[in-house]
Design a protein around this ligand. Structure first.
Ligand code: FMN
Length: 186
């Protein structure tokens, strides 16, 4: 695939189906992640994969967050939380594993983890896979942070849902770069 076409054409796919990415595809996805810009070479990245029944473990963690917020939460809400990771055959938690460093502040390490997640979306797209980056309140919830063993300064930048596209591409609204650019010229 042409590199510019990859950059211009990537789109998120919320409807994803089996099969999960192969081990070879995942290797490329992680290699792309590890090429994220990384000030100070701190490698501030950690990934947790959920596949097969492992996704149910993540669903229980999401349900646990709901229960912690409201012990009287309805069964319907709990079931919805449990079902979220089942929206794709493969889910990856992307974590900014922030290192204490005199030169590189926390925000730069979180941005680096965001870049890693973004690269993973492209690597998925380049290999004909579908992907979607999702967060929601769960990524900031202490119950979820604890279950995923985040340290105090770490950030859960999101969950990448991966699989095969169940639907075709949608029309993408092409934005005009001029609407986002300020130019300072001599
Ligand atoms: C940090 C981050 C978190 C996001 N969280 C969600 C989410 O929880 N739910 C959702 O529907 N879209 C979420 N999105 C947006 C989608 O991933 C996607 O970018 C959006 O639907 C636009 O589709 P596109 O990527 O094809 O332009 C998030 C995006 C980012 C960058």
């Amino acid at each position: 695939m042409d590199a510019m076409a990859l950059l211009l054409d990537r789109q998120s796919h919320g409807k994803l189906e089996a099969p999960a990415p192969s081990a070879e595809q995942m290797e490329m996805i992680y290699r792309a992640a590890l090429r994220a810009p990384d000030h100070g070479e701190l490698r501030p990245w950690r990934f947790i994969e959920y596949s097969g029944q492992g996704r149910e473990t993540l669903g229980e963690i999401f349900a646990g967050a709901e229960l912690e917020d409201n012990p009287d939460v309805s069964d319907k809400t709990l079931e919805k939380a449990r079902g979220k990771p089942l929206r794709a055959p493969f889910v990856i938690a992307v974590i900014a594993a922030v290192k204490a460093d005199k030169k590189v502040p926390r925000i730069e390490q979180v941005v680096s983890a965001g870049c890693a997640a973004h690269a993973m979306l492209y690597a998925a797209h380049a290999q004909g896979l579908g992907a979607m980056w999702r967060t929601g309140d769960v990524v900031y919830h202490q119950h979820v942070r604890k279950a995923l063993r985040l340290e105090h300064d770490d950030e859960l930048v999101g969950f990448l849902y991966l699989g095969h596209c169940a639907r075709g591409d949608r029309d993408i609204r092409t934005l005009d770069p001029a609407d986002f650019i300020e130019r300072v010229e001599g």
